[in-house]
Design a protein around this ligand. Sequence first.
Ligand code: HAM
Length: 416
Amino acid sequence: MEAVKAPRGTRDILGDESWKWAYVTQMCRNVADDYGYREVHLPIFEHTELFCRGVGETTDVVEKEMYTFTDKGGRSITLRPELTASMVRSYLENEMNKGTQPAKLWSIGPMFRYERPQKGRYRQFVQLDIEALGAQDAFVDLEVIDFSMELYRRLGLSNLQVVLNSVGCPKCRPVYRKALQEYLRPRFDELCDSCKSRFDRNPLRILDCKSPICKEITEGAPSVMDHLCDECKEHFEQLQRGLDKIGAVVKHDKRLVRGLDYYTKTAYEILSGDLGSQNAVCGGGRYDNLAEAIGGPHVPGVGFASGIERVILTMEAQGCSFGRKPENKVYVVAAEPDARLDAMSLMRTLRMNRISADMDYMGRAMKGQMKTAGASAEYACILGMSEVERGVVTLKDLKEGVQEELTVEQIVNKLK
Ligand code: HAM
């Protein structure tokens, strides 16, 4: 019988990689603290309806990619494909509107999408998500974009491009939608099959289709920028003034429409030049009507989410530092079996003094223990019966190859 394997599109993050995750997560936490965002932990599954109404029935995420099942109580449940809808649900359910506005929340955790796996695209992946809820101000959009740029700056990332667009609002988008349909109609038959079906339901998505023919057709399409209402236009200009003020270089891209239906006004992504086709390290924007779509009052919001796998892939490709790889400081070696009890006790004393230490549990002879020590620690503490009787330990510096006899107290003081 073949051994059971992990499902396609999932991955095990093991010890030689997980320390990098700890580093990146800690950096997210530091930036969130500095920008005044508070961490929340939300359920990994939600009522399916939340995503159907929040993310939108015509999106790829809802149409094709959700992990949905009926639970034993007969409810339709979905493993979250993203966090924004859950964040807004939580804001409403916990009456965060009664606290200081905007409510600034962040979270990190696994998301689930049934997509075709490839480099940088998984069926279970981890997102850092930040959301600011309750404010219209374009400077909150600015703060969100700045948060993502500051995070990547601290992680040492380079070769990134910020792309920005506005997708308008329910007031101006229908006018643009119509103009776009009018422009595309004469060449409708040439569109790819997915775009044909998007034509009536979600024509803006045709703008970011990757098929060469659709790309060519939309080349001269009308720009959403020329169709924005005064409010959306002013919002975009105010955001741009803020970006100029902080010296952020962004590229305007009229094709950037994002794959989720809830966006209004600001839409943005940060692309990595070192990732291949799945090159978005983060994406986000404003979603002023999402709360209403899921049955709440009007609550404007803006945020972004960043795929941590893609951040780490980019950092590795660019040789960024992940801080210090955790390593045992000391390996305690029992030179003979009778010294094991004292070796164990010494190891425990070191650990209680916050000096990381380990010892052999596999019955290895001294030579084997020294080999493990050399491969895994900076120092060996060698203990035979003669040392035990004299109340000393041989401390060997494994890098320098020098050794000396010290008391336990001296060792603790030296290594702490
Ligand atoms: P999204 O663009 O669908 O937006 O995802 C955000 C980021 O998650 C992407 O830029 C990418 O880094 C990562 N990501 C998405 N799908 C995958 C995957 N299959 N494998 C690996 N990484 C992936 C959202 O999810 C919105 N909720 C963002 C947002 C927050 N908008 C406003 N607030």
